[in-house]
Design a protein around this ligand. Structure first.
Ligand code: SF4
Ligand code: SF4
Length: 703
């Protein structure tokens, strides 16, 4: 055995021991976390991993930097295979042991050589951007000096890795050829570099060995530095993507322990019943998340995988409008808190306390209540981190353990409990919106009640879920009336619940009151079951999301159709014929509601309707999955916004006005309220109108 081999094996063992100790530390931290979901659907996960992690699809949402980043990632994958050969060479004392792979070996060597140059150039660009350009995405209160230093150290190490790889290849070519030996592998870049040098064989050999050792030692150091760096994502991003949540972005996790509590409240006999499948028998220590020991393994994994790229924060409506909230900070705080408290918990057990907590000491209540639950952060994150899940879990703690929600939210909770709506309206008034609906020719439009239909032995095909805004908000009542006219015009078999309708629970859930949400949901499911409801139509994307994605966890599964999807389908069937001259000269821009778009990926239905209505459809700068929230979601519509530079709805209204449109089309009650307010504040309500898509159809059809 050569001395080189002894030295190499010794250093390799040191590296493995150091890495194993770090891994053991992380495993202990993971043991402190709470369960999340069960990892099933391996095929589906593999496809997501291939698309998002290896295909880098989300990175390409911003194409230029995305391409550079993707090249670095792909290059790393190729170079990793080459590094395996270096490892085997080091252990066996041979050179190019994988040469028996023939052409495959040549391809790996050649692509590794080219990628080394590409990565080096990309890293120089990344470093220059960080050092000399004032990129907003890299700033923020969470981005302390140490974060920037860490990023620069890791980038410099990658650059040195690539330089040493090219150096190794270059002097391998020179020393091999000068010794009259055949070259193993093909090296397009290093071939050129080799022609630039004129050294003796001895010097070539020394330079080859120097680069070889520099490269492998850098790999060893890098492997042990990474777990303490933001570049840990090099290891963690692929597993994190594989372990992504598979549900639509709009779905929040159901707290099984709350379900059990609520079932007992609604039916005390359940107290003695065995827990249902998936329910926990033990009561948890607390509801929601106060500190790091309440974080699920997925939440902690997310925090380890975070690249601190700031893509999430750069699209966050709260952050854009100057509020304290930064989704990147939330994720980084989780990681930092585990680093701070984890060792104490490992040593002293779950009773350990350091007198601090994640909420308040790391993340303020102000940050948590500024979130609109728009999911822009989760949509943008290149490694599928889900920030809203963390935020809602912390809200759940504040609401259910401390009753510490902002006062306005406490009021809507009691309104929902008492009146079945976030406002102080009587349930008895739920059908007032439907009084005296007439078409242009004064034909009365009758809105059928489900209870009456049943009494007459009829079973309508659809339940039209009007929603609290549709029943009580003066402006939005017009949308309910417009849609009712369309349903009558189409002769659709439908009915409404009328005074039996109550809040879907969506707003309570997003504001952290899981208990109230589940009470509403279970009560609604019981009513739906009573009437045998299979299909639900609604104009409200929030209700649509909750019924479609969240009620199934509680036993209610329905076909849920947003009114834009319903209208789009009737247009496609030719049942709605829009007159050629209707709205043709009107410029219309469409604001994507977060819970129709990002949460449920419906971007096309509203656009297809608008294209049928007007040749003047125009898009805002941020549209479809990039669309900016109106600022109303996550309970924001019912409370004062947190302190910032401006209101979210003003930012969005200005963007809509920039298009020069005559009409801002919306498809959500919250969005309608916010955009209408925005137009008022801008003194534009006379020039620019805000209509729901159902209203535009009614206008076009002259109903
Ligand atoms: S959900 Fe929206 S508001 Fe909340 S942190 Fe993410 S981007 Fe910001
Ligand atoms: S959470 Fe995702 S988008 Fe945000 S900084 Fe981390 S990796 Fe980037």
């Amino acid at each position: 055995m050569l001395l080189k081999q002894y030295v190499f094996i010794f250093i390799l063992l040191l590296t493995i021991v150091a890495f194993a100790m770090t891994t053991r530390r992380f495993i202990r931290f993971f043991k402190l976390t709470k369960p999340a979901f069960k990892v099933r659907q391996i095929g589906c996960r593999t496809v997501i991993m291939l698309k998002v992690a290896f295909g880098q699809t989300k990175i390409f949402r911003r194409p230029i930097m995305g391409l550079l980043h993707a090249l670095v990632f792909w290059g790393f994958c190729v170079i990793l295979i080459g590094s395996i050969e270096i490892l085997i060479d080091g252990i066996t004392g041979n050179e190019k042991v994988l040469r028996f792979l023939g052409i495959f070996h040549d391809v790996i060597m050649a692509s590794g050589d080219v990628f080394a140059l590409v990565i080096a150039v990309a890293i120089i660009v990344f470093l220059a951007r960080r050092l000399f350009l004032n990129v907003k995405r890299f700033a923020g209160i969470e981005m302390k000096h140490i974060s920037h230093l860490d990023a620069n150290i890791a980038l410099t190490m990658i650059l040195l890795l690539m330089i040493s790889l090219l150096g190794m290849n270059t002097f391998y070519i020179r020393s091999t050829l000068e010794a009259g030996m055949p070259l193993e592998g093909y090296y397009p870049v290093s071939n050129i570099l080799a022609s630039w040098f004129t050294c003796t064989l001895h010097l070539d050999h020394i330079l080859y060995e120097t680069n070889w050792w520099a490269h492998i030692l850098l790999i060893f150091i890098f492997a042990n530095y990474l777990p303490y760096s933001k570049h840990f994502h090099v290891f963690m991003s692929v597993p994190n993507v594989f372990l992504s949540r598979l549900e639509p972005l709009g779905k929040l996790d159901t707290m099984d322990n709350v379900t059990r509590e609520v079932r007992i409240m609604m039916d005390p006999d359940q107290a003695f019943a065995a827990p249902q499948e998936g329910e926990e028998e033990e009561m948890p220590e607390r509801f929601g998340m106060l500190d790091i020991e309440d974080v699920s393994w997925k939440g902690y994994l997310d925090s380890l995988a975070c690249t601190e790229c700031g893509r999430c924060t750069s699209v966050c409506p709260a952050n854009i409008t100057g509020k304290k909230l930064s989704p990147r900070k939330i994720v980084m705080d989780v990681r930092a808190r585990m680093k701070e408290k984890g060792p104490g918990l490992v040593k002293q057990g779950t009773e350990y306390t350091d007198g601090k907590s994640l909420i308040r000491d790391s993340i303020s209540e102000e940050e948590l209540w500024a979130c609109t639950l728009c999911n822009a952060c989760a949509q943008e994150c290149p490694i599928n981190i889900n920030h809203p899940a963390l935020i809602v879990n912390m809200r759940r703690y504040l609401v259910m353990e401390e009753s510490a929600a902002p006062g306005e939210l406490n009021s809507i909770f009691s309104n929902i409990e008492n009146n079945g709506a976030p406002w102080q309206f009587s349930m008895e008034d739920r059908m007032l919106w439907a009084e005296d609906i007439t078409e242009n020719d004064q034909t009365k439009v009758n809105v059928p009640l489900l209870a009456e239909c049943f009494a007459q032995g009829e079973k309508p095909e659809y339940l039209f879920w009007v929603g609290s805004a549709g029943a009580f908000d003066d402006r939005y009542k017009h949308v309910s009336r417009a849609f009712a006219k369309l349903l009558a015009y189409l002769g659709t078999s439908y009915a409404v619940l009328g005074t039996e309708e109550s809040s879907s629970g969506d707003v309570a859930r997003r504001a952290g009151n899981e208990m109230l949400f589940q009470m509403q949901a279970l009560m609604n499911i019981e009513i739906f079951e009573g009437y045998g409801i299979k299909k639900i139509l609604t104009c409200d994307p929030h209700a649509c999301n909750t019924f479609k994605n969240e009620y199934p966890d509680l036993g209610g599964t329905y076909e849920v159709i947003h009114h834009t999807q319903f209208i789009r389908d009737r247009l496609a069937e030719g049942k709605l014929k829009i007159p050629a001259d209707a709205l043709k000269q009107t410029r219309i821009t469409y604001h994507d509601p977060c819970y129709l778009g990002r949460a449920n990926r419906e971007y096309n239905a509203p656009r297809q309707i608008l294209e049928a209505l007007s040749a003047g459809k125009t898009e805002m700068k941020r549209n479809r999955s990039f669309a900016l929230c109106c600022g109303a979601g996550g309970g924001q519509m019912f409370k004062e916004a947190e302190k910032g530079d401006r209101e979210v709805f003003m930012e969005r209204t200005e963007e809509a006005l920039e298009t020069g449109a005559d009409i801002i089309a919306t498809a959500c009650p919250y969005c309608m309220v916010m955009m209408t307010d925005g137009l008022k504040y801008k003194n534009k309500e006379k020039q620019v109108k805000n209509y729901d898509i159902a209203e535009l159809l009614v206008l076009a059809l002259g109903l």
